[in-house]
Ligand binder design. Structure first.
Ligand SMILES: NC(=O)c1ccc[n+]([C@@H]2O[C@H](COP(=O)([O-])OP(=O)(O)OC[C@H]3O[C@@H](n4cnc5c(N)ncnc54)[C@H](O)[C@@H]3O)[C@@H](O)[C@H]2O)c1
Length: 419
């Protein structure tokens, strides 16, 4: 839900790839391979063939948005993809019209739109979403569904009493409790129907005990939060490298300019706070300052996002990293990333949806930690810290696939080649 830049770029991409107009670059499910057995065996099938993922030809898309424009018009508004590409998939895109949204401006201050549901209370709105889901499923003859929140970043929220148990949450829906934002109503509707749910944004959504209780009850897998693209992706590539070589870090200053609707929403301090929390957590977990105080204690980590309309979806990020080497000698690393946000997000939204469907078919419910690879603030069990290192995340993901197929897990020990 939320047919904005990320969602329309994902959907248009699938249509374009189906027609042979483009390649699914950036998607592990479509391009990645997985090594099986010993290195001498030369067995490296494509992931999608190995694990039997749903094919792109089998997918049907639908969604909700507060703006009624169809998916083609929404993609033109988002301005990510060239009109010359969109025009080649125009009929398929125009056929997707957003259903009226569950929306309350209290949670996304900078937006308002006309395509919105009304209801007696939040429970009523959740029931309307469930009716939409059932109607969509019947109309398109779908076997299974997956829901991904690609809506705007909502204001910063912390866990409240109403989030503690499913009973409290359902009572809260009837009382239209303020601590239940729109995104949670969608997550509730999906999980109630046993549908896997992913949160591509940083807002507090399915990651509360009440909704995890519901997911366990209905056997629905859950993943989130906030797709790992752009600057944070680069951070979780660079930081593990510095740490692997025990290079110290004194400060990490990150700033961005972007001019899309997401940037406009993030210009509101309350929405930015949600994003900031999500972006800042990665370095602490990767560097483990409690284990390496000489190298990583009290890093000055600053993150800024500036809304700058001329750039549209083409974000520019600058990182200045103050690092320390042998005998305390200071050095600096500068990274200037001219990226396209939604081009980085689309393939991983597709991957997360396909893997969540796999999880559901494999009987795995609740938090899917093996999908941490895709998220800035990965969901995790309360007793463990989240894994942020991109390379550990990838190993975990691939080992989960091997495990599901009864293949030997790969430890990289490799003694057998030398014994
Ligand atoms: N672009 C990226 O690389 C990236 C990366 C990580 C996370 N995200 C997050 O993904 C989300 C989407 O990003 P985007 O660039 O597509 O933003 P966008 O503003 O283009 O799209 C969001 C859409 O959600 C709609 N919306 C908002 N509240 C809604 C509701 N309650 N119900 C239905 N629709 C609703 C808006 O009208 C808009 O069309 C944001 O939260 C963003 O922070 C984006």
């Amino acid at each position: 839900m939320g047919l904005g830049a990320v969602a329309t770029t994902t959907i248009a991409g699938v249509f374009a790839i189906r027609k042979g107009l483009a390649q699914p670059i950036g998607s592990l499910t479509q391009m990645g391979t997985i090594r099986l057995g010993k290195r001498t065996e030369n067995r490296s099938p494509r992931i999608k063939d190995f694990i039997g993922l749903s094919g792109l030809d089998d997918l049907v898309f639908g969604g909700w948005d507060i703006f009624a424009e169809d998916c083609y018009a929404a993609a033109r508004t988002a301005g990510v993809l060239e009109p010359s590409l969109l025009d080649q998939i125009r009929p398929e895109m125009e056929a997707i019209r957003p259903m009226p949204a569950v929306f309350d401006q209290r949670y996304v201050k900078r937006l308002s739109g006309p395509n919105v549901k009304t209801g007696k209370h939040k429970k009523d709105l959740a029931e309307q979403l469930i009716a939409d889901i059932r109607a969509f499923k019947a109309q398109h003859g779908c076997d299974r569904l997956v829901m991904v929140w690609t809506g705007s970043t909502e204001v910063f929220m912390t866990e409240a009493p109403v989030h503690k148990t499913l009973a409290a949450f359902e009572a809260g829906l009837e009382a239209s409790d303020d601590a239940i934002p729109s995104s949670m109503i969608y997550a509730y509707a999906a999980l109630k129907e046993g549908i896997p749910f992913a949160n591509a944004a940083p807002n507090l959504t399915a990651d509360v005990p009440a909704l995890l209780e519901l997911a366990a009850q209905t056997g629905a897998p859950v993943a989130g939060n906030d797709m790992k693209t752009g600057q944070t992706l680069i951070k979780t590539i660079i930081a593990p490298g510095l740490k692997a070589r025990m290079i110290g870090v004194k400060g990490w200053y990150s700033t961005n300019i972007l001019g899309n609707r997401d940037g406009e929403v993030l210009d509101d301090p309350e929405s930015f706070k949600t994003k900031e929390e999500s972006k800042k957590s990665a370095l602490d977990y990767i560097f483990q300052p409690q284990l390496y105080p000489e190298l990583y204690k009290d890093i000055s980590h600053v993150v800024r996002i500036n809304y700058y309309p001329p750039r549209g979806d083409n974000k520019e990020g600058w990182d200045n990293i103050d690092i320390v080497g042998w005998l305390g000698y200071p050095m600096q690393l500068k990274i200037n990333f001219l990226c396209r946000d939604s081009i980085l997000a689309a393939p991983i939204v597709l991957d997360a949806a396909l893997f969540l469907d796999l999880a559901k078919r494999s009987g795995m419910s609740g938090i899917q930690e093996w999908l941490s690879f895709y998220f800035k603030a990965p969901m995790h069990a309360p007793e463990v810290y989240p894994e942020h290192d991109l390379f550990i995340q990838l190993m975990k993901l691939k080992n989960t696939l091997r495990y599901l197929k009864g293949e030997e897990l790969i430890t990289h020990l490799g003694r057998e080649y030398y014994d």
